[in-house]
Design a protein around this ligand. Structure first.
Ligand code: LIP
Length: 275
């Protein structure tokens, strides 16, 4: 039986707007309370934690049988498990390092998975009032106007989103720099927002043509996946195979042809699922 997801989207939008006000209220605070996680550039602020708590408290009251996977309530090293139960996957502030620097490219990323598939998605940058939404089988929208991928099929004409990431891993750095070196000679250009979700939103909007990254987590990409696929794009593993949302690897593109061309040029990196 397919659930009517309108109610879920309505509730998610309401709490995302409240969360946006909270983020905006702290955005220009030069004395944010910051702690480090995996390394000195993997940061979390009190606002990240407060936003995640707001979202979980609000949605769990309304939907007590739902489950939650949140960046800040998933213990480091704990393996994430996605089941058939309706599950909200939350990154309270995607682009936390940007938020710490008051660099206005951060967003709330919120998705509802039902039977292990994305059904609704919200990516909301409250600093720039950029609201990206998607509903399975309905479409993808930017500030309530339908959006579509560019449809680009050739790497030589493509703007590629990438990330250096917030890790201090020598092997990952080597692969990242190798891929940048390869792509600067064959793509139209490379861009990086500092947020996986906003990178995926740019592909869904048709403003960029592909994005790939090694080392992200499921909460970084859960909403962006539905934005891209409902806008007509594709998601895959960077090797060209099917996506494994818990593998910490992702590639989205405006077309299957472009995704495969990009995949063929990439040097690969395989993060351990929970490191
Ligand atoms: C960020 C991702 C980004 C990645 C960063 C970080 P966060 O998420 O959106 O793609 O490169 O290392 O993981 O930590 O800001 O929620």
């Amino acid at each position: 039986m397919s659930l009517n997801t309108d109610k879920f989207l309505e509730s998610a939008l309401s709490v995302a707007k409240q969360a946006g006000e909270l983020i905006r209220s702290q955005f220009n605070n030069r004395n944010k309370t910051i702690t480090t996680k995996e390394c000195d550039i993997d940061l979390v602020t009190e606002t990240d934690k407060a936003v995640e708590e707001l979202i979980i408290n609000s949605l769990s009251k309304e939907f007590p049988d739902h489950r939650f996977i949140g960046e800040e309530t998933t213990a480091d090293g704990k393996k994430v498990e996605l089941t058939e139960v309706p599950t909200w996957i939350i990154d309270p502030i995607d682009g936390t390092l940007n938020f710490v620097h008051s660099f206005p490219h951060s967003c709330i990323s919120l998705a509802l998975f039902i039977n292990k598939e994305p059904s609704i998605a919200i990516v909301y940058n409250p600093m720039l009032e950029q609201l990206f939404t998607a509903q399975k089988g309905v479409g993808a929208f930017y500030n309530n106007k339908e959006m579509k991928v560019s449809g680009k099929q050739n790497l030589s004409e493509a703007l590629i989103m990438y990330e250096v990431g917030t890790f201090r891993n020598a092997e990952r750095k080597k692969v990242t720099l190798k891929n940048i070196d390869t792509l600067v000679d064959i793509a139209h250009g490379l861009r990086s927002t500092g947020s996986a979700a906003l990178n995926m939103a740019m592909v869904a909007l048709g403003a960029a043509d592909a994005y790939f990254e090694f080392g992200i987590h499921v909460w970084d990409i859960a909403a962006g996946e539905l934005l891209v696929t409902e806008a007509g794009g594709v998601i895959m593993d960077p090797s060209g195979g099917p996506i494994d949302r818990l593998s910490r690897r992702v590639l989205v593109a405006s077309s299957k042809e472009l995704g495969q061309q990009l995949s063929a040029k990439l040097s690969q990196f395989y993060p351990t699922p929970v490191d």
